[in-house]
Design a protein around this ligand. Structure first.
Ligand code: GLY
Length: 556
C-alpha cells in the first residue's frame, strides 16, 4: 500500500476561511470525555493554536485524567479535516503487535485460549502509537510547539487531578489486576484500595515522560532512554517487546472512507478500523428503506438486521489492510447492499446462524473520543484507546506509562470471542507488526446544511452507536439528542439485540420478540459520545457531551 504523506505546515496567521462565503467560521468548540481535557483544548485554542494543536493537548490530557480509557501507552485514530487544503485524512496511530508475537501466543498446550494472557500483564501489550500520532500532528499541522501543546497534560500529571465516580467504578473493576503490579497499584490505587471520588492522582513519572517526549519530539519514547526503560521493564515482567519494535513503529496516513446516505456525505474510518466499512454497509442497506414510514419497533428491527449483516462481514473479512486484502470496494458497494438487504424480512428476525458462516468463504471502554472544530473550519474527530479499563493494568516501571492490552482485539483463535464477544476469522489473526482490528469510528457527516463531528468509546458497540446517532443526525437531531439517543446493538454473534437500560420500551421489546429477536438488557447505560455540529449557513456551532459520562463541551 502506498501512503500519501501530507506535509502541510500551518502558517500562524489568522486566515479568514472562505468556506462560509464572506463569513469566517463563527465559533470554535471542543467536546471531550473529561472537563480537564476540554479545558486543555480551550486553553490551546485561545493561545493561538488550531484544531490540531488542541487535539494534541486534549489527547495528552485525556491520557493523564482518564487512565482507564486511553494513554501514552495506547493508540488511536485521528480523522482530520484541513480546511485550507480542503482535504480529509486519517492518522492511524493504532498499536502494533511486537515482532515476536505469534498467532498462537495466547493458546495453552491444548490449544485453548487463555484470556488472562491477552488482557493482563506485559504479554497483552502491543507497541504504543499515541506518542507517534501526537508528534505527527505536531510536525505537520501545528501552530504551537509540542512543548506548548503538552503543557496542560504535564501540569495535570505533575499537580494531580481529582478522581470522580467514573474513576472509582473503573478502578474498582480493574483493582484485582492493578494490585498484581506494584508500580501501577502505587499510582492508580490509594494504598492498594480503590480511591474514593475526590482522591488526588499525581503521576510524577508520567509528567517526566511527557516532558521527555516534548523535548525529544518523541525520539526518547521510540529510540532513547524511555524506550530502553520500557523494554527492560516489559521484559523483566515476562513480556516480548524489543527495542526494534519501538524503533520500527510509525503512524500510517490513510485515506478516509467516503460514501453517502441520500444527500449526506459520510467520511469515516478505514481499516484497521472496522467502523467505517460497517457503518457504510449498514447505511447502504438502510438506504433501501423509507425509514420514516415505519413505526419505531420496525425501524429498530431493520436497523438491527443491518447491524447483524455488517458485523458478520466485519468478522469475516476485516483485518489490518497491510497484511490481508480487505475488499473495501466490494463491501461498500451498492450491489453488496442489495444482496444483504434481499434477505431481510420486515416482520421476522434473521437468525445469524442462517447467514453464511464466517470463515466459510474461500481462503484468499475502555477507549475515549473527542471532537474539535476551530474558527478556520479545521476539524478533528479522534477516538483513542488503551483497550479495557486501565489497559493491561501494568506500567513500564519508572515511566508512568500504563500499557495497553490491545492485543486482545486480535482474533486469538478463530470463532473464539474476544473480550467484547466479537469473533473473527484469519483476517484478524495475530502476526508480528500487524495492527489489531478496531471498532473505533471517528466520523464526519456532511449534510446539505449541517456538518457533524462525532464518535464514542464502547468496544464492539462503537459502530452501532455511531450508526444510531448518524441516522438521528440525518433526521435533524441536535447534538444533545444525538449523544442521548437510546442505544441498542446487534453484532451478528451472539445472536441477540443487546440494549442499554431503558434503551427499548416494553412494547418495543414485545414487538421485537414477536419478530423472533432474542433480547438482552444491559444493567447499565453504555457509550460516551462527543458531538459537534456546525451550521453551514452562518458557521455557528453546537456541541454536546454524552449525559452518560462526565465529559463536557465548550463552544465560544
Ligand atoms: N479497543 C477497542 C477497539 O479498538 O475497538
Amino acid at each position: 500500500m502506498t501512503y500519501v504523506r501530507y506535509k502541510f505546515r500551518y502558517i500562524s496567521v489568522v486566515i479568514i476561511a472562505l468556506w462560509f462565503g464572506d463569513n469566517a467560521q463563527a465559533e470554535s468548540a471542543v467536546a471531550s470525555a473529561h472537563p480537564a481535557a476540554t479545558l486543555a483544548g480551550k486553553e490551546i485554542l485561545e493561545a493561538g493554536g488550531n484544531a490540531f494543536d488542541a487535539a494534541i493537548a486534549v489527547a495528552a490530557a485525556l491520557a493523564v485524567v482518564e487512565p482507564y480509557s486511553s494513554g501514552i501507552g495506547g493508540g488511536g485514530f485521528f480523522l482530520l479535516h484541513n480546511q485550507k487544503e480542503g482535504v480529509n485524512l486519517f492518522v492511524d496511530a493504532r498499536e502494533e503487535a511486537p515482532g515476536k508475537a505469534t498467532a498462537g501466543m495466547y493458546l495453552d498446550s491444548s490449544g485453548d485460549f487463555v484470556r488472562d494472557r491477552s488482557l493482563n500483564g506485559p504479554l497483552a501489550a502491543a507497541i504504543p502509537g499515541l506518542p507517534a500520532g501526537l508528534v505527527y500532528l505536531s510536525e505537520n499541522f501545528a501552530n504551537l510547539t509540542l512543548q506548548e501543546n503538552l503543557m496542560p497534560a504535564i501540569r495535570l500529571a505533575r499537580e494531580g487531578f481529582l478522581t470522580g465516580d467514573r474513576y472509582e467504578k473503573m478502578a474498582g473493576y480493574r483493582a484485582p489486576a492493578l494490585r498484581l503490579h506494584k508500580d501501577a497499584a502505587k499510582i492508580f490505587l490509594d494504598q492498594g484500595n480503590v480511591p474514593k471520588a475526590g482522591f488526588r492522582v499525581i503521576q510524577k513519572d508520567l509528567a517526566e515522560t511527557l516532558q521527555a517526549i516534548a523535548v525529544s519530539n518523541g525520539e526518547s519514547f521510540y529510540r532513547g532512554d524511555l524506550a530502553r526503560k520500557m523494554v527492560d521493564s516489559v521484559v523483566s515482567d515476562g513480556g516480548i517487546w524489543r527495542i526494534e519494535d519501538l524503533e520500527n513503529y510509525e503512524v500510517k496516513i490513510r485515506q478516509p472512507l467516503v460514501s453517502s446516505y441520500h444527500d449526506v456525505k459520510i467520511i469515516s474510518s478505514p481499516p484497521p478500523s472496522s467502523g467505517g466499512i460497517a457503518l457504510i454497509e449498514a447505511l447502504n442497506i438502510l438506504e433501501r428503506y423509507d425509514l420514516k414510514k415505519y413505526e419505531r419497533d420496525t425501524y429498530i428491527h431493520l436497523v438491527v438486521e443491518a447491524m447483524r449483516r455488517a458485523y458478520r462481514d466485519r468478522a469475516d473479512y476485516l483485518g489490518d489492510p497491510d497484511f490481508v486484502k480487505v475488499p473495501v470496494k466490494e463491501l461498500s458497494s451498492q450491489i453488496h447492499a442489495d444482496l444483504l438487504a434481499s434477505s431481510i424480512s420486515d416482520t421476522e428476525a434473521t437468525p445469524s446462524s442462517s447467514l453464511p458462516q464466517i470463515g466459510s468463504r474461500p481462503k484468499g471502554t475502555d477507549t475515549t473520543h473527542f471532537s474539535i472544530v476551530d474558527r478556520l473550519g479545521n476539524r478533528v474527530a479522534a477516538t483513542l484507546s488503551i483497550n479495557i479499563p486501565f489497559g493491561a493494568a501494568i506500567t513500564a516501571e519508572g515511566t508512568g506509562v500504563l500499557l495497553n492490552n490491545e492485543m486482545d482485539d486480535f482474533s486469538a483463535k478463530p470463532f473464539t470471542p474476544n473480550t467484547y464477544g466479537l469473533v473473527g476469522a484469519d483476517a484478524n489473526a495475530i502476526a508480528p507488526r500487524k495492527r489489531p482490528l478496531s471498532s473505533m469510528t471517528p466520523t464526519f457527516l456532511e449534510g446539505t446544511d449541517r456538518i457533524a463531528i462525532m464518535g464514542t468509546p464502547g468496544g464492539s458497540r462503537i459502530i452501532s452507536m455511531v450508526l444510531i446517532s448518524a441516522l438521528d443526525f440525518i433526521n435533524g437531531a441536535e447534538p444533545i439528542e444525538m449523544v442521548s439517543s437510546k442505544r441498542f446493538h446487534h453484532q451478528y454473534l451472539p445472536d441477540q439485540i443487546y440494549f442499554e437500560k431503558d434503551g427499548l420500551t416494553s412494547s418495543e421489546q414485545e414487538s421485537l420478540s414477536k419478530k423472533g429477536h432474542k433480547l438482552k438488557e444491559s444493567g447499565r447505560n453504555y457509550g460516551n459520545m462527543q458531538v459537534i455540529v456546525i451550521d453551514k449557513a452562518d458557521g455557528s456551532v453546537d456541541a454536546a457531551s454524552d449525559p452518560r459520562g462526565e465529559g463536557s463541551s465548550v463552544v465560544w
